[in-house]
Design a protein around this ligand. Structure first.
Ligand code: FES
Ligand code: FE2
Length: 319
């Protein structure tokens, strides 16, 4: 990867659904081309550190034990706190100054765990907002799914402005479409008709917002009221993990809505899988040939580039 996309974007990225990391559990992760360990302390808080131990390089996420709110290396039992400091070595009188792991800023909100990635190590400049209805008993919890996709995140982000792909790929006619960017957010407002595989037509309106480069939240009113989360996090330069979830508002009784959610998810999955076939086989055109019916692709791309650190030979997109 060359130019501005040689680094990974700056911002908040989902690394797990909350229940993928139980209290007292450590999990090995690979994101941004790095090895990481996530662990949930006895206090219920998730921490994320660099995976390879500062001592002799064992992976803290492979056999690392959670002790209180620290992680203990499986090799020589050095113990690290959530801020990355080594707090105990069972056989040393003095802890070396350099005995520390990089600690990643971490948040847990709306049922997902996020880390903040910044190639320059700067502090986060925005936060992921809470979903007002998350945890509300009138809504079902997330029904979710995860894909490993061999593509670059920029292909997925393009979708937000790519109005013209909905009829071809998603069997959806768009009747109204608006797009706006504001700082770290980009929002699409749409009204349309989705032609379901089962034969029905769902007339819907939706508001879909990227909060930073890798976290999308959609609120949709149609046959069902729902939220959808789509979070994509680069694993390395050639692939990413895409987590998606849908939360339906209970309509009628809970059991009936639970019956519907499976169908709903199947429909969403088939939509994503249709996108994925295209993403995995396509070329990224820096200068696409666009026509008057296309969505605001260029505007979206200018917005997206703000999350990438400029390289020496590549000025900032907004310069
Ligand atoms: S490699 Fe981790 S304690 Fe030695
Ligand atoms: Fe799409």
């Amino acid at each position: 990867m060359q130019g501005i996309f040689a680094s990974y974007a700056r911002g908040w990225f989902v690394v797990a659904f909350s229940d993928e990391i139980a209290v007292g559990q450590s999990v090995r992760m690979r994101y941004f081309g790095e090895e990481l360990v996530a662990f949930r302390g006895e206090d219920g808080v998730v921490r994320v550190l660099d995976g390879y131990c500062a001592h002799m390089g064992a992976h803290l996420g492979v056999g690392g034990k959670v002790v209180d709110n620290c992680i203990q290396c499986p090799f020589h039992s050095w113990r690290y706190a959530g801020n990355g400091d080594c707090v105990s070595i069972p056989y040393a009188k003095k802890i070396p100054v350099k005995a520390r792991q990089r600690a990643w800023p971490t948040r847990e909100i709306n049922g997902v765990v996020l880390v903040h990635h910044d190639p320059e190590g700067k502090a986060p400049e925005y936060e992921i907002p809470a979903i007002a209805d998350y945890g509300n008993p009138d809504w079902l919890p997330w029904t979710r799914n995860m894909y490993h996709v061999k593509t670059h995140p920029r292909e997925i982000v393009d979708n937000l402005a790519d109005k013209a792909h909905f009829p071809s790929v998603h069997r959806t006619e768009i009747d109204e479409f608006a797009f706006e960017v504001d700082g770290h957010t980009a929002t699409q407002r749409a009204k349309g008709r989705a032609f379901l595989a089962s034969g029905g037509v769902d007339v819907y309106s939706s508001t879909t917002t990227y909060h930073g480069p890798g976290y999308l939240l959609m609120r949709m009113d149609g046959a069902m009221k729902n939220y959808m989360i789509v979070a994509h996090t680069p694993v390395d330069q050639g692939s990413l993990d895409l987590r998606m979830g849908v939360m339906l508002k209970i309509a009628g009784d809970r059991a009936r809505t639970e019956g519907i959610v499976g169908l709903y998810m199947a429909n969403l999955k088939s939509g994503f899988e249709d996108d994925m076939k295209i993403w995995e086989a396509k070329l990224y055109r820096e200068q696409p040939v666009l026509c008057d019916g296309d969505g605001p692709i260029s505007q979206l791309r200018r917005w997206y580039k703000q999350f990438y650190v400029p390289t020496v030979d590549q000025p900032r997109a907004d310069a």
